[in-house]
Design a protein around this ligand. Structure first.
Ligand SMILES: Cc1cc2nc3c(=O)[nH]c(=O)nc-3n(C[C@H](O)[C@H](O)[C@H](O)COP(=O)(O)OP(=O)(O)OC[C@H]3O[C@@H](n4cnc5c(N)ncnc54)[C@H](O)[C@@H]3O)c2cc1C
Length: 284
């Protein structure tokens, strides 16, 4: 449990961090909260020659809730849990952060680290997909925005280039009446999602006018359950429509299998959690 030796530099600015990444893209790693990276180094699953600490870069910090919502990549789970303006506008951040691990992990782990790491069982990928978030990336060629639904490519693989930094998460201001729900089946040891479901939904005159569902835990990467969302649009949120939507999402999911949950069991949990999440919004 002792990492291989590495150099350590605390980046003083975003440009500094990108410059350092460029000098050795394969041999350097950014470190934010370190709650995934440090165990990975200790297990020698990675042995970068250089760790670039981005913890002091002010541009990566802070939660802005105004006519737009911007969350800096270095924002910790605990900060997301504690933000009253965010809880008022987008309570799904509170709901999800409250289910992440334990206070120690929540105090150190960052939303940017979670998204960049793309663990298939992490919570924020599903939330960012359901909220139609855009992820702001900065690299040597400048800035670009990637929709959350396109960001997660495979297990632990994202659209981030080797020399890019995730700067912030941008979320469109929700329409009046939008409702949100995050539910998950927690792994009993880590708290990670065996299955996690994020829903953003709006009802108008008894019919669904907007629906977006993000799924994590079930498959190798978080995904948007588009066929389920499309099925709900324009319909009442009846138990039959909810059940149909849950089945459509399950059809889209090639579920993972591991020692804790088989693929069939995960699929069962996915269906159940989607039904529970949507049903909880019918009476909200
Ligand atoms: C015991 C335990 C339980 C956990 N339970 C949960 C849980 O229930 N749910 C959950 O979602 N997560 C869980 N986590 C994960 C944790 O919450 C963190 O989100 C995760 O460790 C990554 O965030 P970090 O800031 O620690 O990133 P780091 O460990 O510092 O970095 C992770 C990876 O992301 C890269 N990276 C970090 N920041 C950026 C950036 N801004 N731009 C580009 N790349 C970047 C790093 O180079 C590295 O490859 C758990 C972790 C532990 C140790």
């Amino acid at each position: 449990m002792i990492p291989a030796s590495f150099d350590y530099i605390r980046a003083t600015s975003l440009a500094h961090a990108i410059g350092l990444l460029q000098t050795d893209p394969d041999g350097s790693k950014l470190v934010a909260g370190g709650h995934t990276l440090i165990p990975t180094l200790k297990l020698r699953l990675a042995s970068p020659a250089l760790l670039i600490d981005i913890g002091g870069i002010s541009e990566l910090k802070g939660i802005e809730v105004a006519d737009r919502v911007r969350i800096g990549a270095l924002t910790t789970h605990a900060e997301l849990l504690a933000s009253e303006p965010l809880r008022k506008l987008l309570p799904i951040f509170y709901q999800a952060a409250d289910l992440i691990a334990d206070p120690q992990v929540r105090n150190r782990g960052t939303i940017g680290g979670s998204l960049a790491n793309a663990d298939p069982a992490a919570d924020w990928p599903a939330v960012s997909i359901a909220l139609h978030a855009e992820l702001e990336l900065a690299g040597p060629a400048g800035r670009r925005h990637v929709a959350a639904k396109d960001f997660f490519v495979d297990i632990m693989t994202t659209a981030l280039g080797h020399d890019e930094v995730l700067v912030a998460i941008h979320i469109p201001y929700p329409n009046t009446g939008a409702q949100f729900r995050y539910r998950k089946i927690r792994h009993p040891a880590s708290g990670y999602a065996v299955v996690g479901v994020a829903v953003a939904l709006r009802l108008q005159d008894g019919l669904v006018s907007e629906a977006a569902i993000g799924i994590t835990g079930a498959t190798g990467r978080a995904f948007a359950a588009d066929s389920a969302s499309a099925h709900l649009n324009g319909k009442p949120l009846s138990s039959q429509n909810i059940a149909n939507a849950a089945l459509l999402a399950c059809e889209q999911a090639e579920c993972l299998s591991d020692g804790y949950a088989s693929a069939d069991y995960r699929k069962h949990l996915l269906r159940t959690e989607i039904i529970r999440a949507l049903t909880s919004l019918t009476n909200a």
